[in-house]
Design a protein around this ligand. Structure first.
Ligand SMILES: *Cc1c(COP(=O)(O)O)cnc(C)c1O
Length: 400
């Protein structure tokens, strides 16, 4: 294999559903010298990130804990704080990400009760309710719900899960993984009575990978306090402290946090409603393109119900085509980086990310670039994919 060229003319389009492209202002904010740990700017930056994340999560009551970690790190933080080894949690199936969280939880010696995932469909809240009713001993400590499963590109209804827990009269805490949805769609932690929200820097937040965070309400913090199983680095009780060195159990990832403060400033400067609307319009354009491509008979949405199709990422099932060759042609020849399928979709699907710092021209470039790669690979895609995306963004009705 020849090695890829070192210089690419123009700009390469990054359309993986995380990491996502970084705005210039975020890059600039990060290119600063680190500070000594007593510098008040360190504390001011951390406070700005905590306040901004609380505002983004729509919580007044919760404490935010940030980690120098990726999403898997904060998954582990949730497990370590909320359940002792041998105790159980419920993980409703949403696709590869719910399953990965379940496997990690079991790897930490906790028990996992799963509800099955129907490929392409969101969480069935009735099945969750029944699983909780069946837990007569009230052994399940928490429900770990993935809001948007980045592999299946299905978004589930968190309010319905909250209702299911209430209807079952079950004391389990509700933990929502909003890693892929935060900043793309509305999420209101307090109103939903989510006990713990889990996020990461590199998706809708337009930051580099490396910062994971949780927001923890009083009920969840109390559960962590009562959980006496040994833990240290991930411990919320230990991290609830004024000193930044204690908040991070060591040196904070300063430059990443400078980037996060800048990114949060961009989000609130644009306006959260405007950010959500932009994600909705861009997602509609991608969906319009897929509706065109699927007419060729090879490609289709993995997410079956249009209402649960994610505004962050679209998974396109493509059985019988060489996905890795398609990705390689898209990346190396047309300069559009897309993601492959994960878990059961490996080799059967590809994914287009449309979250974070993205605009109509970028999304049209990505769609047309993917379309060019599909054509180059001889995939039958019908005729109207990119055209439909243009119509969608122009606000014109799509052909039936
Ligand atoms: C990306 C993602 C994760 C994992 O994040 P990493 O930073 O890759 O560890 C967890 N949950 C969801 C929903 C994600 O999209």
């Amino acid at each position: 294999m020849t090695s890829p060229p070192t210089r690419i003319p123009g700009r390469r389009f990054l359309h993986s559903p995380g990491p996502t492209p970084l705005p210039e202002a975020v890059l600039q904010a990060m290119s600063a010298q680190p500070m000594d740990l007593a510098d008040p700017r360190v504390d001011a930056n951390i406070a700005a990130c905590e306040q901004g994340l609380k505002r983004l999560l729509h919580t007044k009551a919760a404490d935010v804990f940030m980690y120098a970690a990726n999403g898997h790190g904060v998954w582990e933080a949730v497990v370590e704080n909320l359940a002792a080894p041998g105790e159980a949690v419920l993980v409703p199936g949403t696709g590869h990400f719910s399953e990965s969280w379940a496997v990690q939880t079991e790897g930490l010696g906790r028990r996992v009760v799963r509800t099955p995932w129907r490929e392409g469909w969101p969480i069935d809240a009735d099945v969750v309710e029944q699983a909780l009713r069946d837990d007569k001993a009230r052994a399940i400590k928490a429900v770990f719900a993935v809001h948007t499963d980045t592999a299946s590109s299905v978004t589930s209804d968190l309010a319905a899960i909250r209702r299911a827990i209430d209807a079952a009269g079950h004391p389990a805490l509700l933990v929502a993984d909003v890693v892929a949805s935060l900043g793309a769609v509305p999420f209101a932690m307090d109103a939903l009575r989510v006990d713990v929200a889990v996020g990461a820097s590199q998706k809708g937040l337009m930051c580099p990978p490396g910062v994971g965070f949780v927001a923890v309400n009083a009920a969840a913090f109390g559960a962590a306090e009562r959980n006496t199983s040994p833990r240290f680095y991930w411990d919320w009780v230990r991290r609830k402290h004024e000193l930044s060195y204690r908040k991070f159990c060591g040196t904070p990832p300063q430059n990443l946090l400078l980037g996060m403060e800048a990114a949060l400033g961009l989000i609130f400067g644009e306006g959260l409603e405007a950010v959500w609307l932009r994600h909705e319009q861009l997602a509609r354009a991608v969906h319009a393109a897929v509706e065109g491509w699927r007419e060729g008979g090879t490609l289709d949405f993995l997410a079956q119900d249009p209402a649960s199709r994610s505004r962050s990422v679209t998974t396109i099932s493509a059985a019988g085509i060489d996905i890795e060759a398609l990705r390689s042609v898209a990346r190396e020849r047309f300069q559009v980086a897309i993601a492959g399928g994960l878990g059961p979709q490996t080799g059967r699907a590809f994914r287009i990310g449309h979250l974070g710092d993205c605009n109509p021209a970028m999304i049209l470039g990505a769609i047309a670039g993917v379309e060019a790669a599909l054509v180059a690979q001889g995939v039958n895609i019908g005729g109207g994919g990119t055209r439909r995306a243009v119509m969608s963004l122009a606000g014109h009705p799509l052909p039936a």
